[in-house]
Structures are given as structure tokens and as C-alpha cells.
Design a protein around this ligand. Structure first.
Ligand code: SF4
Length: 387
């Protein structure tokens, strides 16, 4: 690992700023950081939105819209139905869309507005965090911005994570900064504690064909080591696992590389999830990424309406990846993102009883392995149904 981590280059071609947010500190900072990008002040929001909704995604992903978010920033993860276990993560709605181009990105179908939208009033999220923690006594909440965007793809410009780190530092919860980039240089040093940077991982050849504009595997792992030096803990997501030609050998190499590069004792969790998408994504992929291979496999429609690999195929890839990870890392918390109990049972030999039990298992593992976090003793009774 000799080469330098590539520098951040914002690939933004136009900025739109709502007239009523242009004087906010975050809008000013973004405009100052991108002085050469043409900016337009939006005075007629309705007209602007009508026009923007018709933009092609490839244009939207090079266009920033700075606006206010009206509503709660913190929301429970929109789990996709009762048949799949959800870990009850809390989503921080700070930004939607991102400049990366993953062929399988569900946001291509999920979000109606194609623009990268930055909510410049997201500093207000701190007012929501304390009451949320207080409302869940004895529990360990996990939250992050990486569900509707990449948490670091624009952060060298927005520095939004700085604000979140301040709002969450020292609290009995975990803040996850989730990315497929290598942009960690600008992140502040933090006292070792409750902040982690996590990376979605795929074999490098899959990254090249299916995760355009993201960092190469080598750079993600180098960035992980840099984040570690700055005081962050780590997480990894094998999600989506892709059954592309040579997957078995390639995931084997990837896991060897990961476990050689990074100490298990710094890794809070690893998730496993297989490719899943709304049926309409197939058309989008063939139009936007004609060389992509992701939709060539056989899929079955799940009870949540999403396409997934057939269950025997999912079980096969999970078993291989899980066994390879467990061969090297015995202790790290490994969980499935949105899988059914039968798959848990087949692969790991047990299944959480329900979402609240899975949530509790995170707490139990993390409290045991990261004693410096001084977490309340995990108690099953604190993890009740709902959120
Ligand atoms: S990084 Fe995440 S949000 Fe960005 S394109 Fe890829 S899947 Fe979508």
C-alpha cells in the first residue's frame, strides 16, 4: 500500500441556493469552498422543483441544492416489512443523493428529486439527539447519515460531520460515518469513543464496474487506517454482496486483505446484505449503465416487493463470506441487513427473535468488547417492540 490516497475533487457543475438559506453559515461555507461553480438563487421554489424533477439523474448528481429541511432529522430506518429483520438504526436526514454512481443504488428509484440536496439547517439535529437518547433509557442507539447519501462524498466541502461529531461526542450512542470514498483527511481528530467511520466493501474489480466514481478498495482500506489514527473506530459493510463471475475467489481475497490490514479490536460491526432492488431498477441500470452485469443473475421477488437472489444462492454467498470472516475474526459483531430468520438460522446457526432482540445483541457485543465506552449494562428488558 504505497500510493497516496487520491485527492477530493468535487464533481459539481451547478449550485442552486434557496433565497432564504443563502445567509446560513453552512450555505456560505459551501459557496465559499466552491467559488468557481456557478450558483443560482432560487426565488420561486415551486417552479424550480418542477423543473428540477425533470432533470436526468446524471445531471442531478452534478447539481447541488441548498435548502432547509422541514421536519425531524432523525428517523427510524425505513425497514422493508415484517419478514426481514431490521437492526433499528436511526437515519439522520442531512443530505440526499450523492455524486457517486453505483449501478445498484436504490436511490435512483427511491428519490423523486434527482438533485444532491444538502439541508443547511442540519445543525438543528443536535436538539433532537438528546431527547431521543433520553426516550430510550438503557439502550445503545446507533445513527448515521449514510442511508440516503454517502456520508463523506461531499464532506470536504460541507464539513457536516464536524457538527454531528460535536453534537454526539461523549454520548451513550454511536455515530456512524458511512462511505465508499477515501475522503478522511479533512475529518477532525477525535478522542477515541463513540464515532466510527465505516466502509462498504466489494472486490476491486466489482468496484470498477459497479461502483463508479467511488474509491478503489486499496484506498478505502488505507483511509480506514488513517481514520483509525484520528481516533475513529471502524465498521465494514459487505453490502451489497454481488454474485458476479469469480465472486467466491474475489471475496476471499478481499477478506484476507481486510483482516490483514485492520485490527479486529477496532471494528464495531460488519454487515452482510445481498443485492436487492425494486424491479424498476433493471430498466434504469440498462439505460444508465449498459455494461453493468448486476441484473443478469436470476432473481426472485421478496415479500417486500424487492428483487433478491434466490434463497439458496443468498445462503451460499453468505455462508462463504461469513465463514471466511469468522475464520480470521472470531469476535466482531456480524449481522444481516434485512434478511429473514431462516437465512440467519442457516448461516449463523441462530436467529434474533425479532428486531428488538437484534438491536439488543448489538449492545451486548459492543458493551463487552469496547469497555472504554462505559455503556449501561445491556438488558433485554430495555429493548422493547417498536422503535
Ligand atoms: S454511495 Fe450510496 S448513495 Fe451514493 S450512489 Fe452509491 S449506493 Fe447510492
Amino acid at each position: 500500500m504505497k500510493a497516496m490516497i487520491p485527492k477530493f475533487k468535487p464533481q459539481i457543475e451547478h449550485i442552486y441556493v434557496d433565497a432564504d438559506v443563502q445567509e446560513t453559515p453552512l450555505a456560505k461555507r459551501i459557496l465559499k469552498a466552491l467559488p468557481k461553480i456557478p450558483a443560482t438563487i432560487v426565488t420561486d421554489r415551486e417552479r424550480f422543483l418542477k423543473k428540477a424533477a425533470g432533470l436526468p439523474l446524471s445531471t442531478g448528481k452534478k447539481t447541488l441544492w441548498l435548502t432547509f429541511f422541514k421536519g425531524a432529522f432523525l428517523k427510524p430506518c425505513p425497514a422493508t416489512g415484517p419478514d426481514y429483520l431490521c437492526c433499528r438504526y436511526w437515519v439522520i436526514n442531512a443530505q440526499t443523493h450523492c455524486p457517486l454512481e453505483c449501478t445498484y443504488c436504490i436511490l435512483q428509484q427511491y428519490l423523486t428529486l434527482p438533485l444532491i440536496t444538502v439541508y443547511v439547517n442540519m445543525g438543528n439535529v443536535s436538539a433532537e439527539i438528546d431527547p431521543l437518547i433520553a426516550a430510550h433509557p438503557g439502550r445503545l442507539l446507533r445513527m448515521g447519515t449514510g442511508e440516503l447519501t454517502d456520508s463523506l462524498a461531499l464532506d470536504p466541502v460541507t464539513h457536516m460531520n464536524e457538527n454531528l461529531l460535536r453534537a454526539t461526542s461523549g454520548k451513550k450512542m454511536l455515530l456512524e460515518i458511512k462511505t465508499k470514498t477515501s475522503f478522511v483527511k479533512h475529518l477532525p481528530r477525535v478522542p477515541k469513543g463513540n464515532a466510527l467511520v465505516s466502509w462498504s466493501l466489494n472486490p476491486d474489480s466489482f468496484i470498477r464496474t459497479e461502483e463508479h466514481k467511488s474509491a478503489r478498495l486499496e484506498d478505502r482500506l488505507k483511509a480506514a487506517l488513517e481514520a483509525l489514527k484520528k481516533g475513529y473506530r471502524l465498521g465494514f459493510h459487505f453490502d451489497p454482496l454481488l454474485m458476479l463471475p469469480g465472486w467466491e475467489k474475489k471475496y476471499g481475497e478481499l477478506i484476507r486483505e481486510l483482516t490483514r490490514s485492520v485490527p479486529e479490536t477496532e471494528v464495531l460491526w460488519i454487515s452482510l446484505g445481498s443485492l436487492r432492488f425494486h424491479p424498476s431498477l433493471k430498466r434504469t441500470v440498462s439505460e444508465r449503465f449498459p455494461k453493468s452485469l448486476i441484473t443478469t443473475a436470476e432473481f426472485v421477488k421478496g415479500l417486500d416487493g424487492k428483487m433478491r437472489y434466490f434463497r439458496p444462492a443468498r445462503t451460499e454467498i453468505y455462508r462463504k463470506v461469513y465463514a471466511l470472516l469468522r475464520e480470521r475474526w472470531k469476535d466482531v459483531f456480524i449481522y444481516f441487513c434485512m434478511e429473514n430468520k431462516a437465512v440467519w438460522q442457516d448461516v449463523m446457526g441462530f436467529s434474533p427473535e425479532d428486531n428488538s432482540h437484534l438491536d439488543y445483541l448489538f449492545h451486548k457485543n459492543i458493551a463487552r468488547r469496547f469497555r472504554d465506552l462505559d455503556l449501561p449494562a445491556p438488558q433485554r428488558k430495555n429493548y422493547t417492540a417498536g422503535n
